[in-house]
Design a binder for this molecule. Structure first.
Ligand SMILES: C[S@@+](CC[C@H](N)C(=O)[O-])C[C@H]1O[C@@H](n2cnc3c(N)ncnc32)[C@H](O)[C@@H]1O
Length: 453
């Protein structure tokens, strides 16, 4: 039953609404209005008329799923995945949009966030991330890219979470999972005792890991998988090391232990590493900072460019990632990896240019130092988690940075917020690139380059 509901409380709005769908917003939905109320609609596209089912009621807005398309957008396609759609798997937001349309939606979101949160007017193009040419089996465009998939397990059966829910969509195949993950057959086995199973494959070296999650991981009954894998049950015994996968970028192998961070799209790490080098234009002798360095991806490619007279300092808080980064870059005397939260480490970081190679120094921790002390890094790359860097870290970076800053971000909202903080300190956006590193989802990776003045 439909009623005019202008004066009613949100909880008495009808469950089914006919809506004209407006612009896309950050988060994988489009905005519609009904009787003066804002409604965030999933499974719709801008310009469509849809019948939508309300899924959530908040005081100032509603959430809804388009369950019937009354007038379809020309960008609409049949979702390739049988588990995508209203109330189903929450992993992919835009299976119903063509790939060019998905990129246009992401570009619109980045443009809108830059404008609204940083006052920056910029036309954004979202670039395709090429699938590596030497991949054994190149899946259809937009599919088969996820080299790390976290499955949820309930009662031994594998699935993926429904959108904003603890409910699980049982699946027997994930179309965005890399073929190497699918080869393991995780979804088609039972995992009694587990609450989750992560399948990880190296796109470049072919290594495979399965990471188990559960209250007592020793009691999980692990099924026989379709291909050999290395198993991670939890923290290693003292003295033992975690199983890892290896990934190759610019001719260097990076070991990533357990569930440690690595770009999930098989083409993303190389593309971003090249893009960061292009953006920063490192020169021999430069001092560069790699903040939130993970296992050392950007530190590695920058170290090759700054040479023996230069220095690269990586900062990372996760102990296992620090161990991996130090191992991965062990042959580079011009790299030092500092362990700790960026917000603490950058507060009192100094760099020593010494005759026998340069060294990072932390005033708190001390360290070897001979020669001139420098408070500035010529170049800074930061690649924070989704929450962004925040005002304090931005302030520290602007005190340390000399020539250029490259900001790699997987969230356009926190990126735009932080760009506004940088602007307050005189650092302006020079270039912005955006990459479709997560096809079929609303997620987008950005690289902003900042210069002073
Ligand atoms: C998006 S990843 C980037 C990793 C690396 N740049 C790469 O591309 O592989 C973010 C990294 O920041 C680390 N991290 C998160 N919060 C941190 C903090 N407050 N201080 C230092 N590192 C942090 C995480 O452990 C993770 O390795």
């Amino acid at each position: 039953m439909f009623r005019n509901v202008t004066d009613l409380e949100p909880d008495v709005l009808p469950d089914i609404l006919d809506l004209e769908v407006g612009n896309v917003a950050n988060g994988g939905f489009c905005v519609a209005r009904h009787e003066g109320r804002v409604i965030f609609v999933r499974h719709a596209l801008p310009g469509e008329r849809v019948r939508a089912r309300v899924t959530e009621r908040a005081k100032t807005f509603l959430r809804a799923d388009a369950v019937e398309i009354i007038e379809a957008s020309p960008d609409r396609v049949a979702p390739p995945c049988p588990f995508a759609g209203p109330g189903r798997c929450g992993g992919c937001d835009w299976q119903h949009a063509s790939l060019p349309a998905q990129r246009a939606l992401k570009a619109a979101v980045v443009e809108e966030q830059l404008k609204r949160l940083a006052g920056i007017d910029r036309t954004v193009t979202v670039e395709e991330v090429p699938y590596p040419v030497d991949s054994e089996v190149a899946p259809p465009p937009g599919l088969g890219w996820r080299t790390r998939v976290q499955f949820t397990v309930s009662g031994g059966a594998v699935g993926l979470r429904r959108h904003r829910s603890h409910d699980i969509e049982p699946i027997d195949e994930c179309l965005i999972a890399h073929p190497g993950v699918e080869l393991m057959g995780i979804e088609r086995k039972r995992w009694p005792g587990a609450s989750g199973v992560e399948g990880i494959v190296s796109a470049t070296a072919g290594d495979r890991l399965v990471v188990l999650r559960g209250r007592d991981r020793r009691k999980i009954k692990v099924p026989r998988l379709d291909v050999p894998v290395r198993l991670v049950r939890g923290k290693p015994e003292p003295g033992a090391s975690l199983p890892y996968v290896r990934e190759e970028v610019s001719g260097r192998l990076y070991q990533v232990s357990g569930s440690g961070f690595w770009q999930v799209h098989p083409g993303a790490a190389q593309l971003l590493a090249d893009a960061v080098v292009d953006a920063l234009e490192p020169k021999p002798g430069d001092i560069a900072l790699d903040l939130y360095c993970g296992v050392g991806l950007f530190a590695g490619v920058l170290a090759d460019r700054v040479g023996q007279d230069g220095l690269v300092v990586g900062v990372e808080s996760d102990g296992q990632a620090v161990r991996d980064a130090r191992f991965n870059l062990r042959e580079l005397p011009n790299v030092s990896i500092e362990r700790g939260p960026v917000e603490e480490v950058v507060a009192d970081l100094e760099f020593g240019r010494a005759s026998a190679g340069s060294r990072a120094q932390n005033k708190r921790g001390g360290g070897h130092h001979r020669g001139e002390r420098v408070r500035r890094a010529d170049l800074v790359v930061l690649d924070p988690p989704r929450t962004g860097a925040g005002r304090d870290v931005v302030e520290h970076i602007t005190r340390l940075a000399g020539r250029k800053i490259a900001y790699v971000s997987c969230d356009p909202a926190t990126l735009a917020r932080d760009l506004a903080y940088f602007a307050e300190r005189g650092w302006t956006l020079e270039t912005l690139r955006a990459f479709d590193a997560f096809p079929m989802t609303h997620h987008v990776e950005c690289l902003a380059t900042l210069v002073h003045g």
